[in-house]
Design a binder for this molecule. Structure first.
Ligand code: 3H9
Length: 690
């Protein structure tokens, strides 16, 4: 009947099959024939029951995200579900793969849901800055109870089939042969007496007595929302399911959905959804990727250990190499401890821990890396040390093995040139803690072979990382822009802003923490070492480091951390230090507002982003956004720095950069030509990778 929706018959059971690759999204071209099929099957006397199933790798993974922000073409999902609920014969959703968002909402419109044992079900709309807009917030609580619905909808995290069965979301789980068993299930239901209750009429789990508990949990979740509107709207809408009649709650859900879908936060999050997928497409489809079976990691310190764990978590056997037995033991013990913490928190089972620990092999001998297909170097950040390691790797690695450096700043071309096989050398810049942080900057050096690059990008996704390819320059995309962001921080202090004031501007903006809290957390000595190597100074931070105050790890930095506390308290000594240094430099105190702090920290960062695009260090503005959201905590609701720049207004940014350039003469405020061009054309693009 359509290329996207077909109907087959199995006795009295009609099976409606949706076939809209790759993820069976509910695009208009699916909704129209789906509606027609349901209306006609509803009225066909020979049809005793209806199964809705999907072809391909998954059940419906949601509404078609590309349609958001455009006029809705009818029938919309809500109309389809409304028709489903008028059907007096059993309707059954047969779920395999993932039933997400509008997909799960469609299934909630059926009388029954059966799932393959490997299926996952969830309402992830919150991750797109939305709430489920097809009745999910009012139907899910009717099946699983409001508290579970609240957690599922506010987190957006899907649950597996077993949990869905236990929660009452699905009625049966089948291990294999889903299509046939769903038909048998439907046929059995058709044979049963008694009226069928649509989910909308099942009110037994909605008890106003649960409201205090609900409100407590919703308030907890709201605290974590950090300025995002969607989690709050999700909680409100689930609450409506308890307090309002079905139709009124549904109408309220619609109203909230429309407001969010038209808002900047959801636009930003949808931008990121597609940006991440675009960034991960590296190399032509027909490039043959190299086979990676075993990974080697040189260095078992914090970075090396985290990188090794990231690979083991992805199921790869890992050889960890250190120069001494003691360093190796220390590294492996830390890894073991980290896994033990996950077990004690309940995020990892003891079995899974054992499995992962079993993937590690320790060595103090380079020769043991000979069977590795990828070797990642994570040693001290110094060119001479890196070159030494790479020449040793060159001597032992098998032909075709990929040699990667985890450098965060250094010239990967120079590192590659210290080997006889620069085509196999690439940068893999992980972010600390490497087993947790999702970003992976993949540094393409001049001679890196396309298949090596494509292999690493594919591998990154297999270990749950978000890859972005970047070119060679000091600090690549992320750290280079971080330097631009931080350049004015010290000057702002000297001009009498306090660390807590600046940090507060950042957290109000939506960052998880401000630059001074972040410096204290990471260790002020890291930046200090880096500055010394480059002959640079930062008057306040240097003074703190000279006194041995490195931040959290020493109990003192820009803030005080008393008795091992991790929460920063204002440090009066720092305030005195700032006053003294300002007086030394003859800087008079003056009031500094939030607007100025943003202009002098975030605008230079956008400017640097434009320079990075100009130079071809990043291929697209959206890649820069992916870097900043996944590696540095740029607020997702603002879509990354380059997307946010559009919201803020490029003309305004250019004007203020010009103002600060005139006042300070500093290079970070010199407006990049590409920024001007983007303001004129309304787009960042038009630049390809150098
Ligand atoms: C919603 O449902 C709102 C309703 O409540 C209200 C309605 C009124 N639409 O991720 P992959 C594309 S909101 C359009 O690489 P995987 C994706 O861009 C939606 N396109 O595959 C990519 O395209 P390309 C709620 C979509 O196997 C290709 O499919 N649902 C959609 O790693 C493959 O994607 C969600 O938020 C979509 N809904 O992961 C689920 N989904 O090849 C979003 C994917 O051109 N989707 N594409 O780059 C996912 O989480 C993952 O795609 C999924 C598969 C887990 C399904």
């Amino acid at each position: 009947m359509s290329n996207f929706v077909s109907v087959t018959r199995d006795g009295g059971v009609a099976v409606v099959i949706i076939d809209n690759p790759p993820v069976n999204a509910l695009s208009f071209h699916v909704r129209e024939p789906l509606m027609q099929a349901l209306v006609s099957l509803r009225d066909e006397p020979d049809v005793a029951a209806i199964v809705i199933a999907c072809a391909g790798r998954t059940f419906v993974a949601g509404a078609d995200i590309t349609e958001f922000g455009k006029p809705v073409q009818q029938p919309d999902l809500r109309a389809i579900i409304a028709v489903l609920e008028t059907i007096a014969k059993p309707t059954v959703a047969a779920i395999h793969g993932t039933a997400l968002g509008g997909g799960l909402e469609l299934a909630l419109g059926c009388h029954f849901r059966v799932a393959d044992a490997g299926a996952r079900l969830g309402l992830p709309e919150v991750k797109l800055g939305l709430l489920p807009g097809g009745g999910g917030t009012v139907r899910l609580p009717r099946l699983v109870g409001p508290l579970k619905a609240l957690r599922m909808i506010v987190s957006g995290t899907p649950i597996d089939a077993a949990e869905a069965l236990a929660a009452g979301l699905v009625d049966a789980v089948f291990d294999g042969d889903l299509a046939a068993r769903a038909v048998r299930f439907a046929s059995k239901m058709a044979g049963q007496d008694g009226p069928l209750a649509p989910v909308r009429d099942r009110n037994s789990r909605l008890d106003p007595a649960d409201l205090p508990d609900f409100d407590r949990q919703a308030a907890e979740l709201a605290k974590k929302a950090r300025g995002l509107e969607a989690p709050i709207a999700c909680a409100q809408s689930v609450r409506n399911a308890i307090t309002l009649p079905f139709e009124a709650a549904l109408a309220a859900e619609r109203e909230l959905f429309v407001k969010l879908v038209e808002g900047d936060q959801s636009r930003a999050q949808r931008h990121l959804f597609f940006a991440e997928r675009e960034a991960a497409k590296v190399g032509a489809k027909d490039i043959v990727r190299r086979k990676i079976a075993r990974v080697g990691v040189v260095g078992a310190g914090t970075m090396g250990g985290g990188i090794a764990m990231a690979f083991a978590n992805g199921g790869f056997p890992v050889t960890v190499m250190e120069t001494s037995r003691e360093a190796l033991e220390r590294g492996l013990t830390t890894i073991d401890k980290n896994y033990a913490v996950s077990v004690s928190r309940g995020s990892l089972s003891e079995d899974a821990k054992q499995q992962r620990v079993g993937l590690f092999k320790g060595s103090t001998n380079y020769a043991d890396l000979a069977d590795c297909d990828l070797i990642v170097e994570a040693v001290f950040e110094e060119m001479a040390v890196k070159k030494e390691v790479f020449s040793r790797l060159d001597a032992v690695a098998r032909p075709g093995a990929i040699l990667a450096t985890n450098t965060s700043y250094l010239d990967v071309n120079e590192i590659a040139a210290s080997t006889s096989r620069p085509q196999d050398v690439v940068g893999m810049h992980f972010f600390s803690p490497a087993n947790v942080m999702k970003l992976l900057e993949i540094v393409r050096a001049e001679k890196t072979a396309p298949d090596a690059l494509a292999t690493i990008a594919e591998l990154a996704r297999r270990i749950g990382k978000v890859p972005v390819v970047v070119g060679v320059c000091h600090g690549f995309v992320g750290n280079r822009m971080l330097s631009a962001r931080g350049a004015e921080s010290e000057t702002l202090l000297l001009e009498s802003a306090t660390p807590q004031q600046i940090d507060r501007v950042f957290t109000d903006f939506g960052w998880p923490m401000g630059p001074f809290q972040m410096g204290d957390l990471a260790g002020l000595d890291i930046g200090w070492r880096n500055r010394k190597a480059r002959g640079q100074t930062a008057v306040i931070a240097d003074a703190l480091c000279e006194q041995g105050h490195f931040g959290q790890k020493t109990g003192r930095g820009f803030y005080l951390y008393e008795n091992g506390s991790r929460s920063p308290a204002p440090n009066p000594e720092v305030e005195a230090l700032i006053r003294d240094k300002a007086a030394d430099q003859g800087i008079a105190p003056r009031a500094i507002g939030a607007k100025e702090i943003i202009e002098r920290t975030l605008y230079p960062m956008i400017n640097e982003g434009a320079k990075i695009l100009e130079e071809g260090i990043a291929a697209r503005a959206s890649d820069i956004d992916v870097v900043w959201v996944n590696g540095y905590g740029f607020p997702v609701g603002k879509g990354g720095p380059m997307f946010w720049a559009g919201l803020e207004g490029l003309d305004k940014i250019i004007g203020r950069l010009g103002h600060w350039h005139q006042r300070t003469g500093k290079d970070i405020f010199r407006v990049a030509p590409l920024l001007r061009q983007a303001a004129e054309t309304g787009s960042w693009e038009g630049k390809s990778m150098a």
